[in-house]
Design a protein around this ligand. Sequence first.
Ligand SMILES: [Zn+2]
Length: 64
Amino acid sequence: MTNINKAPVVTCPQCGKEHVWNTANRYRPFCSERCKMIDLGKWANEEYRVEQREQELSDDDHHA
Ligand SMILES: [Zn+2]
């Protein structure tokens, strides 16, 4: 029970809010599902953009 007081406080990588590290939190190291989704969406968008560009570039090369 005293472990609750010793729980480390981490900073959410997305919103920068400090929150207590909780192993029950499925969204850690993010503070909430929303922050995790925002971060995932960010990565997904970047990957999508890179993929699109590569497809455009290799379109001429792979014209078989
Ligand atoms: Zn957050």
